[in-house]
Ligand binder design. Sequence first.
Ligand code: AHR
Length: 493
Amino acid sequence: MIKKKLTIKTKKQGAVINKEIYGHFSEHLGRCIYNGLFVSKDSPIPNHEGMRDDVVTALRDMGIPVLRWPGGCFADEYHWKNGIGSKEERATMINTNWGGVTEDNSFGTHEFLELCRQLECEPYICGNVGSGTVRELSEWVEYMTSSNVSPMTDLRKKNGREEPWKLKYLGIGHENWGCGGNMTPEYYASEFRRYSSFAKNYGDNRLYRIACGPNGDDYNWTETFMKMLNPMLTDAIALHYYTICHGDWNNKGPATGFTNEDYYSTIFHTLRIEGIIDKHLAIMDRYDPDHRIGLVVDEWGCWYNVEPGTNPGFLYQQNTMRDAIDAAMNLNIFNNRADRIPMANIAQVVNVLQSVVLTEGPKMIKTPTYYVFSMYKPHQGSTLIESKLEDTFVKHEGGDFAEVSVSASVKGNSLTVTLANASLENAYRLDSTLDAAYACWTGRILTDNVRAFNSFDNPNEVTDAAFRDCVLEDKKFTVTLPPCSVVTLTFTK
Ligand code: AHR
């Protein structure tokens, strides 16, 4: 057992943790939309307006605050007018990025906004700058958000929606350094200014405009974009960072049945995001000292080889305790930068990369990552406070890193502390001090063999459970974290 000191200062308050840090991402990719979120209305799978009841209920219970759509690289070839009106008349297209399958556009703008209504979450729409036009994006915003009389609003009404929707989050382009047009940062920054100018605020709808940001550690992209920034048109830039085991994009390794070394390498590569975020923020600081522009992390998560026997273009992967540890550590990193990170979206919500839910026909399972999001829910909208842990740095074959991660927040009379122990060998006892007295506590734990996962035959192998290994005494508590575990503690006065 390794003993370390944890100091929590409830009076040292930071920013409010935006609930959108717990955001998700849906893409027309494999079985994410079709069969994952959406089935036909006359499907035997219980649904409302085509949205799967089981999936909607699970995501709502988990507290999904925002959902990004329609991609991903799919967004770069999406033409929204093909996805409205009578389903029989909707034009089809080839999904060139993901398996070359025919997309029938039966899930479009109305369906996505209906899904968000059922999920009670904010929609986040990603516009097509790569192969679209300024006019197309401008008209999409008008179609969704204007209450004026206009050809676009008439079209919306003809398609059955009288009132405009509310839309806050709008992505102006996606991965324009890659599948979104292979643009240089200079070219994209100019294009962004043009597209952004014509994405208007109608009535009292206020857009939060998110620019395509860097690919991982591409600091030149951030520097160039910030240099050419028009602060009136920009609310945030979006970083994409995927965790790749051993950093090898050509062989990302299996999602299950990995070695301990693969595991440690995965955690090592996940934690690289912390330094990458901080370097981008330091660049942004030079152009935006008042921190008006946020750094959204709108694609993150673990990416492995596809499950054997599945379509390589569908990116379907299982999800183990390794992913749960990964998610918990990422979410602590985002919480601890709540003043600069207004939103993050894990990829992708159902049936693709680090999904929280997997489906097979009428069956649905929750993954270990699901339980982490559910256990971290109390942080949403709470105020970040200072939590300092003594160094837990350990050398591993797959990479060296601090094994234990923490974040803490307060809301009203309650304090939430989330902890992850990434070690497969070491239990940690944290002797902790508080600057305020709390009367009682409750806890949840997620722990299992690092290779454990939920399958359709064994859907409850990994689930959270009541946690008992904490002793609270006035302004002190001692908590023991078993190896490979995620713990949430909630204290009340
Ligand atoms: O998540 C899969 C793909 O990875 C997304 O479509 C793209 O944005 C990223 O490169």
